[in-house]
Design a binder for this molecule. Structure first.
Ligand code: AP5
Ligand code: ZN
Length: 217
């Protein structure tokens, strides 16, 4: 089954998508991760996206849809995907419906992670990630068992994102409310929306999500 995770920056989309991937054998597709890989590789799309991402604005629909289309065409996606950070505009949502119709599967469930904006700055400014395996951590809310050492892979190289600073977060939240929040009613009107209280602790959010996804897969 194909699932969409909706929610503002810091809502926990990446954290929960990785847990769902392990639990249900689905593939996590994060357009943020795909774009950061394109920036690091210096591709044409990456060069166009870099400054836009650093400003906290949305990368153009054309670039993001092209990147997602290529990734969705890879064979591992046939077992079902968890879309994390896509779609973010109505144009992207309509393009996604078209891409999935081509392979004969629609969106089974779109899950909105509901949070207070005010808490998101603290979540994002404390975030860091393992450079070895991509596992996400937080200075206060999710610390490794042994300080500085990744629980998953034993790696010690931790990274912080260039756009995880207070000013950029404010712009990312504005972009979310202006361009992405309308997708909640887009999916509600299609009868596939579920809402989850994502202010709860990570494990509690995961339990709620598992119950929803178990019915959808
Ligand atoms: P992207 O990488 O998608 O970033 P984002 O949407 O801003 O989301 P985040 O990764 O910041 O947050 P998250 O919800 O995954 O939270 P996380 O789980 O890490 O996009 C980056 C940029 O790329 C965009 O600004 C745009 O420019 C571009 N882009 C990407 N996709 C695009 C598209 N489709 N169209 C156009 N442009 C696009 O959690 C955050 C922190 O909180 C972590 O430290 C975590 O440990 C902690 N945490 C998680 N859950 C909880 C909890 N329940 N309680 C306490 N702490 C928690
Ligand atoms: Zn790791």
């Amino acid at each position: 089954a194909n699932l969409v995770l909706l929610g503002p920056p810091g809502a926990g989309k990446g954290t929960q998508a990785r847990m769902l991937e392990e639990q249900f054998g689905l593939v996590q597709l994060s357009t943020g991760d795909l774009l950061r890989a394109a920036v690091a590789a210096g591709t044409e799309a990456g060069r166009a996206a870099k400054a836009v991402m650093e400003a906290g604005d949305l990368v153009s629909d054309a670039i993001v849809i092209a990147i997602l289309r290529d990734r969705l065409a890879e064979p591992d996606c046939a077992k079902g995907v968890i879309l994390d950070g896509f779609p973010r505009t109505t144009v992207q949502a309509e393009a996604l419906d078209g891409l999935l119709a081509e392979i004969g599967h629609g969106i089974r469930s779109a899950i909105s992670l509901e949070v207070d904006d005010a808490a998101m700055v603290a979540r994002i400014s404390g975030r860091y990630t393992c450079g070895g395996c991509g596992e996400g951590y937080h200075d206060s809310f999710k610390v490794p068992n042994v300080a500085g050492i990744c629980d998953k892979c034993g790696g010690t190289e931790m990274k912080r994102r260039a756009d995880d600073n207070a000013e950029t977060v404010e712009q990312r939240l504005r972009a979310y409310h202006a361009q992405t929040a309308p997708l909640i009613s887009y999916y509600e009107s299609r009868g596939v929306l579920a809402r989850v209280d994502a202010m709860a602790e990570i494990e509690a959010v995961a339990r709620e999500l598992n119950a929803i996804v178990a019915k959808a897969v």
